[in-house]
Design a protein around this ligand. Structure first.
Ligand SMILES: [Zn+2]
Length: 376
């Protein structure tokens, strides 16, 4: 079962508020993706309705805790931005309840918005929280809680409320129904209507520290230590990203990175062409991961350039290469490579022809690197 990862201080403050009965009836959890806003909202809903509360909050085992976790508790409402699906006649979060349940469980309550759009297959559609959602909540608020002590309404990406939905929601906040707790989440408070924001208790979710992510990956997902460290490092405090990274094998990238840069350095056109071919055949997401990984290796090479090997954060099998690369390249070359690769990342997002992209990229990298003296 998902616990809240990191955020111990915030969690203890919220727990104290629950225990004292002073929890705000409206809360705005803000911060970047993968920091645990929804996991915390889930835990609050569980703690408020748990039948065997412990001094640390929800027991996570009783029927109430279980039902809330599986999104089948009648007093906890999840509102996510949706779109109008004409063919299946779906519109509100209630209509999309199955998709929401699958999605949140799949991502262990650490989801990212792009994954939700993907799940809904709503790429070219406007996703939003609509007035119908707010009307449904309002109607539900008029009954007493069915099973629990509290009704909890969780609005993910509350900044995506349409103006008429936001106004209706504001009215709801102005006359707060009894025993109801609202939890809104958003990337930043400024994105939420000021009149709503000012009625909420704001809580900032900082990026997670590396140690919390490593522990979680190793204990809950049985990730080996080196993969866990690598994912935690690359994820920069975003658990969603870390989870994605452990399911992706960067080992295969290590060989590609080394062979490609070596071929470019030695200006071996045939090899450059072959590797470009391999890269262009990867799907776009993998291409982005590959380029991100290459940029990561470059950053580490730059650290090695300053002889700070102890700071290197790359897998053992590519450490020597990274160190040599660092010794080989000048600062100008680093800058040039960094710019070239960052630009390539943009091109990948823009659906350009991959074969031409990697061929051109190979030649550019080759030109930048061959100005150097020694081979990495
Ligand atoms: Zn419980």
């Amino acid at each position: 079962m998902t616990q809240v990862i990191g955020q111990e201080y915030l969690q203890s403050q919220l727990l104290r508020a629950i225990q004292r009965g002073t929890i705000a009836h409206a809360n705005l959890f803000w911060g970047s993706a993968g920091t645990g806003k929804l996991a915390m909202a889930l835990w609050i809903a569980q703690t408020l309705n748990c039948s065997h509360t412990t001094p640390e909050g929800a027991c996570l085992k009783c029927p109430s805790c279980q039902k809330i976790y599986h999104l089948i508790h009648p007093d906890v409402y999840w509102i996510l931005p949706t779109y109008k699906n004409e063919t299946e006649k779906k519109r509100t979060s209630e209509d999309f309840a199955d998709e929401i349940r699958q999605f949140l469980l799949e991502h262990h309550f650490y989801p990212a918005y792009a994954q939700w759009v993907e799940k809904l297959d709503a790429h070219n559609k406007q996703t939003a929280i609509n007035i119908e959602d707010i009307r449904q909540i309002k109607q539900k608020m008029s009954y007493a809680p069915f099973e629990g002590h509290y009704k909890i309404v969780i609005l993910w990406h509350a900044e995506k409320m349409r103006p008429e939905a936001a106004n209706a929601f504001l009215k709801l906040l102005e006359e707060p129904p009894q025993n109801t707790i609202f939890i809104l989440t958003a990337p930043t408070p400024e994105q939420v209507l000021p009149t709503i924001q000012s009625r909420c208790q704001n809580a900032f979710f900082a990026p997670l520290n590396q140690k919390s992510i490593v522990n979680y990956l190793m204990h809950t997902h049985k990730t080996d230590e080196s993969t866990a460290y690598k994912a935690a490092f690359l994820a920069q405090g975003n658990l969603n990203e870390a989870l994605r990274l452990i399911h992706q094998d960067t080992h295969t990238f290590d060989d590609l990175v080394q062979n490609w840069l070596r071929a470019c350095y030695s200006v071996k056109y045939k090899e450059m062409q072959e590797i470009s071919e391999v890269l262009s055949k990867l799907n776009r997401e993998t291409q982005k991961h590959f380029l991100t990984y290459l940029l990561h290796i470059l950053r580490n090479a730059l650290i090695a350039h300053y002889e700070a090997q102890t700071l290197l954060f790359v897998p053992d099998n590519i450490k020597e290469f990274t160190t040599k690369l660092g010794k080989t390249l000048s600062i100008e070359s680093f800058n040039a490579l960094y710019q070239t690769l960052s630009q390539a990342m943009e091109y990948v997002s823009r659906n350009v022809n991959s074969r031409i992209l990697y061929l051109t990229l190979s030649i550019r990298i080759s030109k930048i690197m061959s100005r150097q003296q020694k081979a990495p």
